[in-house]
Design a protein around this ligand. Structure first.
Ligand code: MN
Length: 424
């Protein structure tokens, strides 16, 4: 067992019941305390922990960290680039410092005060500079639902789908961190029965419930990452809301895939949860039939049991849960995605982001988009305030939450929140 994952550990920092951030999580993010510069941090309970101040006090000395400047950087790319072994040493050291029986920091009140912030008093920033972003399409339930709606219910999956982890290259500039506000996009659409396209605000704005991994290894052009080594090149995960304008998408996506229907804003949860912290939640993936080509064949448990919830909060109203899905449903796992991404020699950089694609479960209450939940608008979703939703509306707030839980521990992501503002 990874030392920092020990479910027996308790922290001297208060951790509310059902918190996503027990001492067994130790995610990494970037905080901006008021009047200060952005800096690396972790979180226990509702307390943000400033890694730059821990470094100032010498708490990371003697760990053989090759470059201490990473603890003062406004993004985590350089820290992640030091490699997974450094990441785990730091995670283990934080676990030790904040364990209830450790007095090194707890005993120095002045230092403890400088290191910790109530989470509400810091601004969460983008955890990494995202150089490149790829969006996969790896949920068989989602791909089947979309195929049924838009193509042929009898041949919902395209012939390549079970052989290739299908993806497109997205836009990294518009990936923003929770708590975000994004204007509903305008664009070209072709209304049903119309002879020519029209321009205006989207009428079919949607969320896509996804999980994204952040790469932790730079590779050279021409180099491939074998499937069995791929997880070594994955630093951790965030929740990912790939906002999508379905009417714009429908008109533009043939032949090269989505473009303006998706690049107007995607929202991530602010804390990168390491693969290490998620180790206890590994599960078998679905059986892949027909068998995949050798470069995609893997062994062991490469899926993760992570509950994924989406809520919609209208205006100033109350949240209504609209779905519960799970990351374990993924047909193609992250190791296969990364192996496939690099099999042609495409190079990766540290901080690249690869999202899973919409994660739908097998039942109608576990679908990962409004398109599927309302079945193209045919089955509106009832909200607690009595209103109905087929798609998102202006001033709706979309909240994604994700956590893994067993009898010992709960490890989660916090919220990925975006408020939809009217089109400009
Ligand atoms: Mn997507």
């Amino acid at each position: 067992m990874i030392k920092a994952n020990n479910p027996e550990f308790r922290s001297w920092i208060d951790v509310p019941e059902d918190s996503d951030f027990p001492i067994q999580n130790i995610p990494f993010g970037i905080i901006k305390p008021e009047g200060e510069t952005p800096r690396p941090a972790t979180r226990i309970g509702n307390t943000a922990i400033d890694l730059s101040v821990l470094c100032d006090f010498g708490f990371f000395d003697n760990l053989d960290i090759p470059d201490m400047s990473v603890f003062y950087s406004p993004v985590l790319n350089d820290f992640i680039a030091l490699g997974k072994s450094t990441g785990s040493v730091v995670r283990e050291r934080i676990s030790e410092l904040f364990s209830i029986d450790n007095d090194e920091l707890q005993g120095i009140e002045e230092a403890a005060n400088l290191v910790t912030f109530p989470i509400d008093e810091v601004e969460m920033m983008m955890p990494v500079f995202v150089g490149d972003y790829t969006d996969f399409y790896s949920s068989i339930e989602h791909a089947t639902n979309v195929g049924k709606m838009f193509r042929d219910p009898k041949n919902a999956l395209l012939p390549n789908w079970k052989h290739i982890p299908v993806a497109y290259h997205g836009r990294s500039s518009s990936i923003v961190v929770s708590d975000a506000q994004i204007h509903s996009p305008k664009g070209q659409t072709m209304p049903a029965d119309a002879k020519k396209p029209v321009f205006g605000p989207t009428r079919l704005l949607d969320f896509e419930l996804e999980v994204a991994f952040i790469t932790g290894k730079k590779t050279e052009l021409g180099e491939s990452i074998p499937v069995e080594e791929a997880e070594d090149a994955i630093f951790g995960l965030v929740l990912f809301n790939d906002l999508s304008a379905r009417d714009i998408q429908k008109w533009e996506y043939v032949p090269l895939g989505p473009f303006l229907s998706k690049n107007f804003g995607s929202v991530i949860s602010p804390w990168i949860v390491t693969l290490e912290a998620l180790e206890p939640f590994r599960v078998e993936g679905p059986e892949q039939d027909p068998p995949v080509l050798p470069y995609l064949q893997y062994s062991g448990k490469k899926n993760f049991d992570i509950s994924l919830d989406v809520f919609i909060k209208p205006g100033n109203g109350e949240e209504t849960q609209v779905t519960r899905s799970n990351f374990k449903y993924m047909y193609w796992n992250m190791a296969q995605q990364l192996a496939h991404h690099t099999v042609n020699g495409c190079n990766m950089n540290v901080g690249d982001m690869c999202a899973s694609g919409t994660i739908s479960g097998p039942t109608p209450d576990s679908y990962g988009s409004m398109l599927e939940l309302s079945w193209r608008g045919e089955k509106p979703i009832k909200m607690k305030d009595g209103s109905e939703r087929k798609f998102l509306e202006d001033n709706d707030t979309v909240i994604m939450r994700g956590y893994a839980e067993n009898e010992d521990v709960r490890v989660g992501f916090g919220d990925a929140v975006v408020k939809i503002l009217p089109a400009t």
